[in-house]
Each structure stands twice: as structure tokens, then as C-alpha cells.
Design a protein around this ligand. Structure first.
Ligand SMILES: *Cc1c(COP(=O)(O)O)cnc(C)c1O
Length: 372
């Protein structure tokens, strides 16, 4: 008999209360709460070092990182992207008046299948917006080759990829732009927050203005911007969490290894690939359930876990291309691999402080569903 517990799919990393209070103390001297204060500037600097990127700007969340990056690039026409992602990726495209064109995904990494990009390019194509899904990295070299060949911009949604390195290089240094989320549920959080990594001063100037209403000077507003400034309390949380993020990732690694010890080599289950040259961040633990072989469907496993108080997540289901708000606009059967994966995927609970004994119990329930 397995007793009920309440384990959610994720749990936010936090510093000790003392550490955070200590970090925010000087705000009571300065009375400077937002608008690119000292915490904001310090976090920006620390992140450039940690992430191994050239230039970086902080924003209020990952969504506005994407949305304002597209705006700052001044794009028009079609953006090739993936439907196997969080709502934000597709919404950022559509909210910029751009048209998403959905490319199918790779059946192993679940990232955009780079071999299928070129067939989607036409005279209206202006950019490619891939996602490093679950922290697995996209085929960055092939995407760069295609973008150079056709003169397209590349904007990575790197919301899942904090801390990931490829051949020793920060993954955020690829593409024209890489956008990160520091939402509470991500590997690194600043409560809410995000950043844009890039290489171009002119782009950086535009983005900086766009996150502050498009204000260029005291009497000059050059663009129709938004308000996307990270405030000092969020930046302070980021400063604290950044001190501990390596330890948090190491703990996540132990959780992932425990999951793998139970679920690897079970017939009918597909786990994340180990990508060559990649230093992973252990952000998620997705499992693909092949009902015919495993003898239980994704939904059956989801229900069995829910019954004992374990919240797994059908992430990503449904595909963004089949959202109600896009009804009738896209044909999901143009991305059959994405349809296949989204119907079978379940991400299991994963966070730094998840007890290994809880992982054992979760796996026991999962395996029992398939009578393994
Ligand atoms: C979390 C997330 C976002 C949005 O980030 P917020 O900080 O929540 O706005 C965008 N894309 C992906 C893939 C995400 O997981």
C-alpha cells in the first residue's frame, strides 16, 4: 500500500529567509525599487559571467523577453517555429503580427527537426524560433547554417535551458537572440523574470527602450514599447538563487539518476537522450509512454499518480497549434511527430529537494500501471 502524499511537479528554489532579507536591506536606504537599480545591474553582470554570453538584458518575465525581442528585430511575415512548446512561444509570434509556421519535431530530442526547416522557407519567411525543449539542445549548427543561407534571424526560446552548455559554450550564445525565463518554476528563478542574450549593441539599445515604454529620452518616445523592467526585489531573489544554482542542479541530477535507475530499459518507455557535448541542467523528467508495449497509456499513469497525490504534468499537451484561440487556423497533422509525442508524454515531478524515496515510490506506481 502506497500512502498518499502531495508532491507537485515542481517546487521553487529559495534562499534562506536571512539571506534574502540581507540582500534587500539596502533597498530601505536607497528607496530605489525598480527602473534598473543596483540589484538589477548586479544581477545582469553576474548572469553574463555565469551564462557565458556576450550581452544580456533583464526583463520582467520570459514571455516579454520573446515578445520584445521579436519587436526589436523589426520582423515581418512568417516565423518557423515548433508547436511542441509552452503557449508563450507561439503567442509572442502572433502578438507581434507575425505568422507562425509549424515545423515538426525530432522524435528523440523533441526539439525542432532541423532537417524539416528548409522545406518551409518561402519569400515571407523572416525568422526561425526554435525551443530547447526540456533543456535538450536544438541542432544549433544546422539551424545556423540554414539561417545564414537564407538570411533569417534566429531567436531561441531558451526558457528550459538555464545553465546548459554545449562544448563548453553557454547555450544562450547561439542564434541572434536567446530568451530565458526566470519564472518560479524554472531551474533558476527570480520569482518572475527573464533575460535576453544577444550580440548586438543596436538591438540591445532598442530592447532596453522597448522594456521601458519605448522611451528614448526625457522628451522622446521612439517606439510603442511595453513595461518589462525587472524590479529590485526580483533581482535580489535572482542574486540569492544564483549563488546556489550549481548546488540545486547537482541535486536535480541525483533525482534524475534515481528515476533513470528505475525506468531506464523498461520496454515501452522512452526517456530523455544523453546529448553528446552537452552539460545538462536536469530541468525536467519527461517520459514517453508507448501504450502498446508498456500496456498502460500516459493518461492512465497520470491518473494513477494523481490518486496518490502526485502531480505529473502533460507537458506539452495540447500542441499550441491546436489551441482553441487558433481554432481552424492550423493543421496539426502537418506535424505528426509532435502530435504523437504530445499524446504520450508525461513529465514526472522533479526539483532539487525531491526525496529519493519519493522518486522510488513514484516509479513503483508508474511501473505497476504497466504491470512491470
Ligand atoms: C516558462 C516558459 C516561457 C515563458 O516564461 P515566463 O517567464 O513564464 O513568461 C516561454 N517559453 C517556454 C518554453 C517556457 O517554458
Amino acid at each position: 500500500m502506497i500512502v498518499a502524499t502531495n508532491i507537485l511537479v515542481t517546487r521553487s528554489s529559495m534562499p534562506s529567509l536571512e539571506e534574502y532579507v540581507n540582500e534587500i536591506k539596502d533597498i530601505w536606504q536607497s528607496h530605489w525599487l525598480t527602473n534598473m537599480g543596483v540589484k538589477h545591474q548586479q544581477l545582469q553582470k553576474n548572469l553574463i559571467d555565469y551564462m557565458g554570453v556576450e550581452k544580456l538584458d533583464l526583463v520582467v518575465n520570459g514571455h516579454l523577453a520573446l515578445e520584445l525581442s521579436l519587436q526589436a528585430l523589426n520582423l515581418q511575415g512568417e516565423v518557423i517555429t515548433t508547436p511542441f512548446t509552452f503557449a508563450s512561444t507561439t503567442h509572442a509570434i502572433v502578438r507581434n503580427g507575425l505568422k507562425p509556421v509549424f515545423c515538426d519535431i525530432d522524435p528523440v530530442t523533441y526539439c525542432m527537426d532541423a532537417t524539416k526547416i528548409e522545406a518551409l522557407i518561402n519569400d515571407h519567411t523572416c525568422a526561425i524560433m526554435p525551443v530547447h525543449v526540456y533543456g535538450h539542445i536544438c541542432d544549433v549548427e544546422e539551424i545556423e547554417r540554414i539561417a545564414n543561407k537564407y538570411g533569417l534571424k534566429v531567436i531561441y526560446d531558451a526558457a528550459h535551458a538555464f545553465g546548459v552548455k554545449y562544448n563548453g559554450r553557454g547555450i544562450g550564445s547561439y542564434g541572434d537572440v536567446s530568451c530565458y525565463s526566470f519564472h518560479a518554476t524554472k531551474v533558476f528563478n527570480s520569482i518572475e523574470g527573464g533575460c535576453v542574450c544577444h550580440h548586438d549593441d543596436e538591438f540591445g539599445r532598442k530592447l532596453y527602450e522597448l522594456k521601458n515604454f519605448g522611451i528614448h529620452g526625457p522628451e522622446s518616445v521612439e517606439a510603442v514599447g511595453a513595461n518589462a523592467k525587472m524590479n529590485e526585489f526580483c533581482a535580489a531573489m535572482g542574486l540569492c538563487n544564483l549563488r546556489h544554482v550549481d548546488g540545486e542542479i547537482a541535486k536535480r541530477k541525483a533525482v534524475v539518476e534515481r528515476y533513470r535507475s528505475h525506468l531506464e530499459d523498461v520496454e515501452g518507455l522512452q526517456l530523455s537522450p544523453i546529448q553528446e557535448g552537452v552539460q545538462p541542467n536536469y530541468a525536467y523528467f519527461p517520459v514517453i509512454f508507448d501504450e502498446k508495449v508498456f500496456c498502460a497509456s500516459r493518461n492512465e499513469v497520470f491518473d494513477a499518480l494523481a490518486k496518490i497525490g502526485v502531480g505529473a504534468r502533460k507537458y506539452f499537451y495540447p500542441l499550441t497549434s491546436s489551441f482553441d484561440c487558433f481554432h481552424g487556423q492550423f493543421d496539426v497533422m502537418e506535424t505528426p511527430v509532435a502530435v504523437h509525442i504530445s499524446k504520450r508524454v508525461l513529465t514526472l515531478p522533479l526539483y532539487a529537494d525531491l526525496a529519493l524515496e519519493d522518486v522510488d515510490r513514484i516509479c513503483e506506481v508508474v511501473l505497476r500501471c504497466g504491470n512491470k
